[in-house]
Write a protein of this length. Structure first.
Ligand code: R5P
Length: 291
């Protein structure tokens, strides 16, 4: 039986995991000293318990030091083992040395976590140029997949869908969602010109006229990819699309309002808490925990 330790903002997920697995949960209380160092304290004893720290890692830099200290607190207070549930795992889009003088950040960040956690469970890590999670986190890892849950949502909510990915990297989610929902699928081509600029090329969509477009991607960060994809579909005379994504980062305040204006609905999983969350991932994580 596990004891889930909720980092700030992760209480709902920790509580859901405790309920689904018959475990307990407690809070990691985090405050800042005047000199901006973090002070972490576990709200209850953990001696002899299998501790699982729950921390989704959007906006990762300010969360990482308290997370490491929470793992240390569990170990220093007698936990039998210390695992991590990170529904969103950060730094995976920096999965290559893109330019001279840069680090392979995904690997360095994964190794940092592996230095303090015995195991890792995450949801749909953004793996493209690195094939195996083991290259990032050298320890036991379970990857939970959101596509079956997104497909169930499409089956329950969309009539005559066509599932469309905004780029080649979305293929794995698009193909699986479409297959499970019994819908056709296709991909756009994307060229990223800058952090907030993309160029999209659309395939021939004439055979899908009359269907409801469902855009599927793994991450919404600036929101530019899905907003532009939705606007292109509307320009071609399609109905405003439904937009589905796994991880709702919404890095800029404007991202949410722009995407909402371009789409008929925006629905994400709750790997990152956000008003767009409409698909709960906690049961799938609980199943992974039960092995
Ligand atoms: C890219 O490879 C990802 O799958 C997403 O398409 C991307 O992260 C979306 O970013 P943004 O919302 O900033 O366009």
């Amino acid at each position: 039986m596990s004891c889930f330790v909720a980092m700030p903002g992760n209480e709902a997920m920790a509580r859901a995991l405790a309920q689904a697995t018959g475990g307990s949960w407690l809070r990691a209380e985090v405050r800042r000293f005047p000199d901006r160092e973090s002070h972490v304290r576990l709200s209850e004893p953990v001696e002899g318990l299998k501790v699982v720290v729950v921390c989704t890692l959007d906006d990762p830099d300010p969360k990482t030091v308290p997370l490491i200290l929470a793992a240390g607190a569990a170990r220093d207070n007698g936990a039998a083992c210390v695992g991590l549930v990170a529904p969103y795992l950060a730094y995976l889009r920096q999965d290559a040395v893109f330019g001279t003088g840069e680090p392979l950040s995904a690997r360095h960040y994964g190794r940092l976590l592996a230095g303090v956690f015995d195991s890792l469970i995450t949801v749909d890590p953004h793996l493209h140029r690195i094939d195996r999670m083991g290259d990032i986190f050298p320890g036991p890892v379970v990857v939970v997949q959101a596509a079956p849950l997104l497909a169930d949502w499409v089956l329950a909510n969309v009539q005559r869908p066509v599932v469309i990915g905004p780029d080649a990297e979305s293929r794995q989610w698009v193909a699986e969602v479409a297959e499970r929902a019994g819908a056709p699928w296709t991909l756009m081509e994307k060229q990223r010109l800058g952090d907030e600029t993309v160029r999209l090329r659309l395939p021939d969509l004439s055979e899908y006229r009359g269907r409801t477009p469902v855009l599927v991607d793994d991450i919404i960060s600036t929101g530019v990819t899905l907003t532009q994809a939705a606007m292109e579909l509307r320009r071609l005379g399609f109905a405003p699309p439904v937009c589905l994504a796994v991880h709702a980062l919404f890095a800029a305040e404007a991202a949410w309002s722009s995407l909402r204006a371009a789409a008929s609905r925006v629905v994400t999983t709750d790997t990152v808490p956000h008003p767009s969350n409409g698909v709960s991932i906690s049961r799938a994580i609980a199943e992974a925990l039960r092995g």
